[in-house]
Ligand binder design. Sequence first.
Ligand SMILES: O=C(O)/C=C/C(=O)CC(=O)CC(=O)O
Ligand SMILES: [Ca+2]
Ligand SMILES: [Mg+2]
Length: 343
Amino acid sequence: MNFGVFSRPGEPRRVGVRRGERVLDLAAGLGDEVFAAPSLNPFMALGRTRWLETRAAVEELDGPAYPLDEVTLHLPIEVADYVDFYCSLEHASNLGRMFRPDEEPLKPNWRHLPVGYHGRAGTVVVSGTPVKRPHGQLRAGVFGPSAKLDIEAELGFVVGDPNGSAFEEKVFGVALVNDWSARDIQAWEYVPLGPFLGKSFATSMAAWVTFLDDVPRVRGREQDPAPLPYLEREGDWGLDLTFEVRLNGEVVSRPPYSGMYWTPDQMLAHMTVNGATLRTGDLFASGTVSGPERGQRGSFIELSWNGAEPVKLGDGSTRTFLEDGDVVTISAPGLGEVSGKVG
Ligand SMILES: O=C(O)/C=C/C(=O)CC(=O)CC(=O)O
Ligand SMILES: [Ca+2]
Ligand SMILES: [Mg+2]
């Protein structure tokens, strides 16, 4: 079940559930104030028992529904903190090879913990929001528009109830994420503290948060070495999803989520093992989803090997990084899509 926030012209925002090409109005249909809110946060804070009761009630609901093209979809959550992980072995290896060609692609810590960084919660935007090409320092003494604007196809996990005990009591659901990245700004600025302005200008998320129980699960990928006890898996939290990345309508990649090395229960355990508390609305993303095949890479820096091997498009043109006017859409069955136009 996909939960979102919508409004009709001249009316306030409220919570809805997607049903085909319509959105069901939960505020009107269930008559509960918690859905007459501009974000999912008040509902998510109620906890898993209420999530399950609501899902059962919505399945029976025949309340007011509006065609999607007659409503505006808004950012579904008030983002508390935003964390971005780096959980794909293939993506991490590829980026290591390009950013640090003289070193081992994976840093010594990579197989021991899910590497991550804190991103910028205030620039998370809803699917459909245009993304302006960022300006910044591109190398020593050079300032200008990024010439290496890129995408990162990711899955975001939304914390609903910080007081839950098991993973599924804390995490309400998932949403597709595009962590837009300016590779030239990033490559110059990131040493030694990590990503900063090269990624903080915009992160797009889908308008729909898919309830966790509705995401197909598989066993997580084998890990070697076995992780420390606090990172032991809580269950089969590999997710059986295949993304589709489209550039101007044309499929350029199909990244498989099921091959991710670190699973979301491990990300959450790691994020909180130092005593850091959670808040309703925390968003943590998986990092770029890339598989072993070329056509499974979740970023253009990988697809074009940092520009050296341009991607061939159907109309005979080629692409290394994004051009103004490009529209990138990432979708997955049952999850909807996250889309954005450059410019
Ligand atoms: O290896 C690096 O220095 C940088 C890696 C990234 O840009 C990846 C990042 O943001 C995390 C991810 O999306 O996997
Ligand atoms: Ca990222
Ligand atoms: Mg970003």
